[in-house]
Design a protein around this ligand. Structure first.
Ligand code: HEC
Length: 175
């Protein structure tokens, strides 16, 4: 976008007239409006392509902010925490994400967007902090769970969600 606007600027800046004339041959009086139109179309096209690229990545463009992703998980990963998380998951998440986290819960079909697949090993590319943030914030149609579940409960859910996807990397990324 920046380039587009600077191109506009060059055309209108009287001081740059020399440079513009040198690079663009047709110097007739109708050239500037035509150029502006072409540039405008070009800029629009660029924005359009960018938007398409973003939507092509589909389900994976929801990213937690770096600061949130760095947040350390304060809850030890043990069977007790996972069991608590499992219970909360059944109540709050299963309707959409399904019993095993594949995104095939009873409510999933009626959603305008498919629930994320929590069994994908790629889940391990996200930190605990990032998953915690997503549970806390939500992203329509996924609701925010900041009010429904306490912080402790949300970390328990993170610990449970970790059991849904096979960890293909030997060690889980901590950063
Ligand atoms: C109303 C349906 C719904 C409920 C309830 C719901 N989710 Fe989601 N969830 C979604 C949808 C839809 C997405 C995809 C959002 C996106 O990618 O923008 C999603 C995405 C996610 C993601 C991100 C997956 C990824 O690939 O990064 C996580 C993690 C997640 N949900 C966990 C949970 C947990 C844990 C709960 C319960 C506390 C929960 N969700 C409850 C619908 C739901």
């Amino acid at each position: 976008m920046g380039r587009c606007f600077s191109a506009f600027g060059e055309n209108f800046e009287p001081g740059n007239a020399q440079a513009v004339n040198a690079s663009s041959k047709p110097k007739s009086s109708f050239a500037p409006p035509v150029l502006v139109l072409l540039l405008a179309m070009g800029c629009y096209g660029l924005v359009f392509i960018k938007a398409q690229e973003a939507s092509k990545n589909g389900t994976n463009i929801w990213t937690a902010p770096a600061r949130a992703a760095r947040k350390e998980n304060p809850t030890p990963v043990d069977d007790k925490s996972r069991a608590r998380g499992r219970e909360l998951f059944t109540v709050g998440c299963l309707p959409c994400h399904g019993p095993s986290g594949r995104g095939d819960g009873p409510a999933a079909a009626s959603l305008e967007r498919k629930p994320g697949n929590l069994t994908d090993p790629k889940m391990w590319q996200q930190t605990d902090g990032a998953i915690f943030w997503k549970i806390s914030e939500g992203n329509a149609p996924m609701p925010s769970f900041q009010e429904a579940f306490s912080e402790e409960q949300r970390w328990d859910i993170v610990n449970y969600v970790r059991t849904l996807a096979p960890n293909e990397t030997a060690n889980k990324p901590t950063k």
